[in-house]
Write a protein that binds this ligand. Sequence first.
Ligand SMILES: [Zn+2]
Length: 343
Amino acid sequence: MKVSWFHRFGGPEVLVCEETRKPTPAAGEAVMRVRAVGINHVDLDVRAGTSRIPLTFPHVLGREFAGEVAAIGGEASPLKEGDRAWVSCRVPCATCEFCLSGRDNLCERGGYFGMDLPGGYAEFVKVPISSLQPLPPQVSFQDAAASQIAFGTAWHVLINRGGLRAGNTVLIQAAGSGIGSAAIQVARLAGATIFATASNEQKLQRAKALGAHHLINYSTEENFAQRVLELTSGKGVDVIMEHIGGNVFTRSLECLKTDGVIVTVGAHAGEVVPLDIIPFFRRQLRLVGSKNATVTELRTVMGFVAEGKLKPVIDRAFALADAAEAHRVVDSREIFGKILLLP
Ligand SMILES: [Zn+2]
């Protein structure tokens, strides 16, 4: 079978398409014929070696993928050979206190495809049968491969950690990003009034098309927090999704409503920030972190994708052999939506 993998850390050029032996399933395992795999930014960090995760070479990336079941090991499987499926991106241990209490996103023993386990940048990949999720006929392989991480992460941030509900106001930072555009759709589904920020008018218009109500251009608007306060009669918003860090985090607190919650889920613009504690307790603000999504939440968002209530934004797809070029495109950030490989 064909696989795009890398034998050493480095730039996009270390990704090479080669032949290797097709995996065979042991009992309790299945082999998937991969039809589409989503590229996530973490793939680039793993390939470059900046994520400091020890790997066995050659390494196969690919966290979220969909295709058909090609082979089943053993007897007990709800899915049969030939069935369409998507594969949940993480394999929880199912025995730790977090897994047992339904918080398997916090499991430290489980593994990720493309990280601890060979991923989907290949024609075939071996997975535990428990990771197979049925894919309804109306959802394309490409949509399935572009949905679980963006929508699952956004769902965990807004609904689980932020407690967002109908009638709430929510500020979504960097609405042009993958998680930002996914969060707008989740917030719209929840029935919230959405304030979206982005760096240019084109991204804001796309955010509007996805369901954002109030648009703030932070390259021309001097102070986005001031603008949010003006638009909310000085009250601020109930929930903020903050995945930028640095000044954006600090300033976001200024437009958080009394007793509101800010959910932090990224910090590319600065990891260590000043925090004025006094307004924080006097206004009873809440700061919570958010990590990935539980398998149940992944199933929930994929259910909404199947119903057409969440629709992934796909920029373009590449052949498996063009994985290096696809990584260059993701790194350029000149994209709106997901980049896929089609093995
Ligand atoms: Zn666990």
